[in-house]
Each structure stands twice: as C-alpha cells, then as structure tokens.
Design a protein around this ligand. Structure first.
Ligand SMILES: O=C(O)CCC(=O)C(=O)O
Length: 293
C-alpha cells in the first residue's frame, strides 16, 4: 500500500497521504455507524464522554463537533486498525510493534464545522521517543474548500513550540509568536477512503468549513510500542490492551527529543477545541454559524 518513495516522503516532510486504503464496503459501513452515533446526539444538552459539541449546538438542533474515542463507541473503529493494508503502512512507518494512543472523529460539518488552531500533537502527549503519528481517515472527499488538514512540511524536525497562554497549557501555538510561515502550509486532500499520516511533532491545523460539504476525519494516534507517555500513564494492562500489532515491551526507548509538558493542564477540558478557547490569539477566523444546506 505504501511505496519506499512515500516512506521517504514521510521521513523528509513529516506527513504522507496514501490513496484508497479503505474499500467502498468498509467506508459505507463506517459512514452508516457514524450517522447512527450522530443521530444519538438529539436531545443531549452538553458535552459528554462521547460528544463534543459546536458552540452553536442545541439539544433540538444538534451540532456535533467531535465523536470522542470512537474505538470505545463501536467495534467498527477497531476493525479499521486490523486491516492488513493499514497495518502494513504502520509497520513501515513505525516498526513492527505499534500501540494505539487514542482516537477521535472530527465531523467538520458543512457550513460551520469549527477550525483547529495550529498545534503539534506532541505538545499534548510527549513520550520517551517520537516514533508516533496520527492517521487521518478521510470519510468524505476532502478538498481545499471543506477544511482539509493543513500541515507545515518539515516542522517535525524543529522545536516543540509553546502551547501555553496565561501560564497554562491551551493546546494552540500563538501564530504571532512563532517564526513560521503559515502561507507555506500544504493541504492533505484526497478521495474518501484515503488516509493521511502525520508525525507527532508536525505543525498542523485546519480552517472552519464554510462550504456546503461536510469533512469527517477519523483520527487514530499510533505509537511505536517502546514510546512510553510522559503524562497520563494509567495502568499496564490498559496500556498493553491497546496494541495494534506486534509485541509490547517494558523497556521504553529514550531518545533526545524536545519536550514541553502540557502542564498546568488546560483551563477548559474535554477536547482540543475546548482547550484552545483559552488561546491568546487565533489564526483561523470563525464566521457566524450558518445552516447546513
Ligand atoms: O480535524 C482536523 O482538521 C485537525 C485534527 C487535529 O489536528 C486534532 O484534532 O488534533
């Protein structure tokens, strides 16, 4: 599924898009289940363990911004991780032993789907080494107009930027305070069923979706099994229960990586969107929430 050229592209740039990893049957199964989960948000007033809501959400007219931890909501999301094609790609990029760190599904609804401010995933979950990436499974065709994930190539080899505001972690970089040219960002676009793979230290974000087409992106964070988290370790059984392929280890590999701890924790908890509400300044504009067409 992935050529040596693509692997080298990932190493050099910190991301790669692989087309058509999911077949039509699997894609359709996932989309049906996502629709059912979203339908369950009717009548729900505030954020839950499953739903993160847009600011304009109401129980009568639900606006889900994110499905949290989809792998814990429906088995289909675990099935994706068992696909030999996907495991083949992960093995090439991370080695034979791979663990799931977390999962989420950003809905980026047509007309109002919220932006995600520039950040590095590494700022949220530093580990003993950075052989970690996030998979973005495109559940819709993703083009420039419907809020693709934007990445700054090569930044995975740079510093870990400050993601704090007013003395607390806020999950967003201050765009005015970093020496980065955001106009050089590249969009991860592709047909539904394609997947992006981005390095944990790569700077990325995405704009509000003001188009008339939704952009659902299913994200899986995956680490080499010998990358151990520096924060939020819970217990070994739970940790090893998240192995995707290969074997776990109790010997973490330590490499020289630039780390900033996401502490003190963000003022607003629950999701990156909530964390980022405390950001000192924003890059992506937000228009008044319009109706979906
Ligand atoms: O949905 C997106 O475009 C960005 C996803 C992301 O970076 C995140 O949720 O951490």
């Amino acid at each position: 599924m992935i050529t040596e050229t693509q692997v080298q592209f990932y190493r050099d740039n910190g991301y790669v898009v692989v087309d058509n990893v999911l077949d039509a049957a699997m894609l359709s199964r996932i989309k049906t289940i996502v629709s059912e989960i979203l339908a369950g948000a009717k009548g729900v007033a505030t954020h839950t363990d499953i739903y993160d809501f847009e600011p304009s959400h109401t129980p009568e007219r639900p606006r889900v911004r994110r499905i949290k931890k989809p792998t814990q909501v429906n088995p289909v999301f675990q099935d994706v991780l068992r696909l030999p094609a996907l495991q083949g790609i992960l093995t090439k990029l991370l080695g034979p032993n791979v663990r799931l760190h977390g999962s989420k599904l950003n809905t980026k609804s047509a007309g109002y789907g919220s932006p995600v401010e520039w950040h590095q995933d590494w700022a949220f979950y530093p580990h003993t080494n950075d052989d970690i990436l996030a998979i973005g499974v495109m559940l819709d065709d993703v083009a420039m107009e419907n809020g693709p994930m934007l990445v700054l190539p090569g930044t995975h080899r740079g510093p870990t930027y400050d993601h704090h505001a007013n003395g607390r972690f806020c999950g967003a970089m201050n765009p005015a305070a970093v020496p980065l040219d955001f106009s050089k960002a590249v969009a991860c676009t592709g047909k539904a069923g394609s997947m992006s793979f981005h390095h944990v230290r790569l700077v990325h974000g995405s704009a509000q979706n003001t188009s008339d087409r939704q952009r659902q992106l299913l994200l899986y964070e995956c680490s080499a099994a010998d990358a151990w988290p520096l924060v939020n370790f819970t217990n070994l059984e739970e940790f090893d229960g998240r192995m995707i392929c290969g074997k776990p280890t109790v010997e973490p590999r330590l490499t020289s990586v630039p780390v900033r701890m996401p502490l003190p924790p963000a003022l607003n908890q629950g999701s990156i969107y909530e964390n980022q509400t405390a950001a000192a300044s924003r890059y992506f504009s937000v228009t008044a929430a319009t109706e979906t067409v």
